[in-house]
Write a protein that binds this ligand. Sequence first.
Ligand code: COA
Length: 756
Amino acid sequence: MSVGPAVPPAASGRAGPGVTLSRRGGIGLLCIDHAPVNALSPAVVAALDEAVAAFEGDGGLDALLVHCAGRTFVAGGDIAAFDAPDFDAAPFNRILARLEGSRRLVLAALHGTALGGGLELALACHYRIALADTRVGLPEVRLGLLPGSLGSQRLPRACGAELALELMLSGRMIGAEAARAAGIVDAVAAAAPVAAGRADAAAQALAAGLDYLRTLMARGAPPRRLSERPVALAGLPAGFFAAVRAREAASFARYPARAAIVRAVEAAATLPFAQGEAVEAELLRACVVSQPSRALRHLFFAERRAAQVPGLPAGLPPRPLQAVGVVGGGAMGSAIAAALAGVGLRVVLVEADGAALAAGLACTQAAARHAAARGRLSLAQAEAGIARLEGALDLAALAGCDLVVEAVYEDMALKQQVFARLGRVCRPGAILASHTATLDVEVLADASGRPADVLGMHLFSPAGAMRLLEVVRAERTAPEVLATALALARRLGKVPVVSGVCYGFIGNRMAEAYLRETEFLLQEGVSPQRIDAVAQAHGMAMGPCRALDLAGVDVAARAVIEYGKAGGLPPDPAYRAVVRRLYALGRHGQKSGAGLYRYAPGERTPRPDAAVEAICRALARETGVAQRAGIGEREIAERLFYPLVNEAARLLEEGVASRPGDIDMVWTAGYGFPDYLGGPVWLADRVGLARIVAGLERYGRERGNAFDYWDVSPLLASLARHGGRLSDWSMAGAGSASAAGPWPPGDGQDGTPPKH
Ligand code: COA
C-alpha cells in the first residue's frame, strides 16, 4: 500500500497485489490493481485494510472513491483462497463495515464485471456509479457458495428480496442500466466504445466517479448505508419464501448452496442486519467445505486450464475466419452450420443431392431459430445468419472458405474421399476439420495431402445445450490451426478441450467402456429403464440408453462397425451387439420412433418397450451371454463407472489427455456428468482409487476377463497402491494422498448426494 500524491491509475496488467491510496484535492482515491481481474486474495484484503486505515487516519480527505485498475472492477473473492484451511471472510467483511460506517462519503466507480466480492464491496459504499457496459452479479452459486461478504444481506436491501434471490439463485449478470433501474447502482456513465480498450475503461470509470462524487458533495448528499435500510417487503406475496423453497427443493440435496441462499435472503428480510450477518457467515462456512462447492471450484479452474495447451505458445494469433463450409447437412452438420452462422460467419452447406441439401438448409434454419428461442442468440443474429447461409452440391463451392467442417456419416472411406477432395479444392491455408466422433484423424490428414491444416472438431449432442467442443490435435496439426479452433470454440461460446488421437478421443473412448457395460447389462437382462434410472440417480443428466436413442442408435452402430473395419473390436460376439442389432432392425432411436425405447409419433418421451427385452434375450442366446436375475443397483453403478475411471487413467498414461481436469471438463460439459461431483476423475478420488481398483479386479474374476475388459490401468493401480490422487497426477509427477469414500456415491458420506 502506498499513500502518495495524485497519480493516474496504474495501467492494466501490472502484476502483484496492489492497493494504493492517493489523493486528488480533498478526495482519496483507493485503487485496487491486482491483475488479471482484481480478485480479492488474502494479500489484497490485507492491503485494502491498510489503505482504508490510511483514509480513516487522514483528516484532510473529505471523501473516498473506490475504483480499480485494469480490465474490470473486482470480479470476486479469490476462488483459490477458499481451499485454504484457515479461509475466513471476516477480515474483508470488517473492512466493508468500516467503509459503510464512514462519516465521509464513500463512492464506488465500476467498470467491467463487478461480481461476487466486487459487488459486495460496491454495496458497502454509500453510492455507486457504473460505466454503461458494466455488468454486475453475485455468481457464487455457480461455485456452490452463497455471497459471503454481506451480499445476501445488502443486495435485498438495495433491490428487494425477489430480484436479489433470483440473481443469487441464477448467478446471472445484469447490465448497468438494469442495475440502476433496480436500485443496485445509483448512476450510469456513458462508456466509450469497447475498441477503446479495458484499461481505458478504468480511466473512464475513475473520471466518471470523480465527477459524480463532486456532484454529491456539492449537493451535500449524506452517507447512505444499506445495512440501515429494511428490505422492502411490499408486493412480496405471503408465503413467498415457503413457495421458493417448495419450487427449489428438488435441487437442494445436490446444490446445498441454493438452500443456503434462500435461507440467507429470508434472514435479510426478517431479521436485523447483524443477525442476518451471523446467519450468512454460518451458511458460508458450511458451503465452503461442502463437496459440491469443492467440485465446482475444481471445474472453474479446470475449464480455464484446458485453454492452456501444452506446446502451444500463448498468444499465437489464430488464422482469420470469414467464410466457412460445412460438408453434410444431417443433424450435427446443420447444428454446426447454424452455430457458425449465428456468430457472424458466412456459411456454405454442401450436400450430395438436391433433396438432402434442401433438408439440411431447412434443418440449419430451424436450429438457428431454436437457438434464438432458447436465448443463445438474438433473433436478429439468427435471421442474419440464415440470410448469410448458402447451399451447394459440389465441394468446389468451398474453394474460397477459410475453414471447412466435414460432418458426413461416420464412414472412414467416405471421409477419406471428402478429405482428399477438400485438400485439392480448398485454398492454401484453409483449415480442414473433421467432425468425426471416433475415427483416426491421422488417416484423414494423410488423405488431405496437407496434414498441417487438419484437425478434429467434435461437438456433442444436443449441440446447442452441450458446452463442450473437443478439439483433436493430430501429430502434424500446425499450432496456428489449433489456436484457430480454440478461438472459434470461444467465439461459439463453447469450452474447448484438446485431445490427442485415439479411437473416440477423450470423450468417446471413455464412453466406449461405459456403453460396453451398458450393452452387456442389457444382454444379461437388465432393462434400459433400470440402467438409466441408476445412472440418473447417480447424477447423470441422462442415462446411457436414452442418450443412445437421442444421439442415434444408427450413429453409434456405424461407429462400432467402422471400429471393426479398423480391426479395433475384441473378438467377442457380445461386444456392442445391442446397437448393431437395433440398427439392423431399423430401430435408430428417437428419430425413428424406436430404439432402446419407443416414442409416440412427434413425441420425445421414452416409453419402455417390451420388444427390446425380447431382442436382448434373443441376442444373449446368440452371443452366449447368460441372463441373470437379481443384478443390483450397486453392480449396475459400479460396472458403468469403474471402467470409465480406468479408461480415464489410460488416457492420462498415454498422453491423449494432457491433464486430469481436461477429462472432467469433457464429461461435465459434453456428457451430462454431474458438475457437483466434479467429473469422473474428481469423483474417483473421493470414492477412493483402491476401492475402484478392487472393484475392477473383482468384476474381472466374477465376469471373466477373456477380452481384457477388466485389466487395471497401471497408473490407476500404482496410485491406488501408494495412496495418490488421480486428479493431482501429471506427467511430471504424482500428487498427495486422499481418503477413500463410498461407492456408489449417494450414501450420504463424503458430501456425495443422497439417492432420490
Ligand atoms: N478468483 C481467482 N481467479 C479468478 C477469478 C476469481 N474470482 N476470476 C477470474 N479469475 C482468473 C481466471 O482463473 C483466469 O486466470 P488464468 O488467466 O490464469 O486462466 C483469469 O482470471 C481470467 O479469467 P477468465 O474467466 O479466463 O476471463 P474472462 O474475461 O473470460 O472472464 C470473469 C472474466 C471475471 C467474468 C470470469 O473470470 C468469472 O466469471 N470469474 C468468476 C467470478 C466469480 O465467480 N466471482 C465470485 C467469486 S466468489
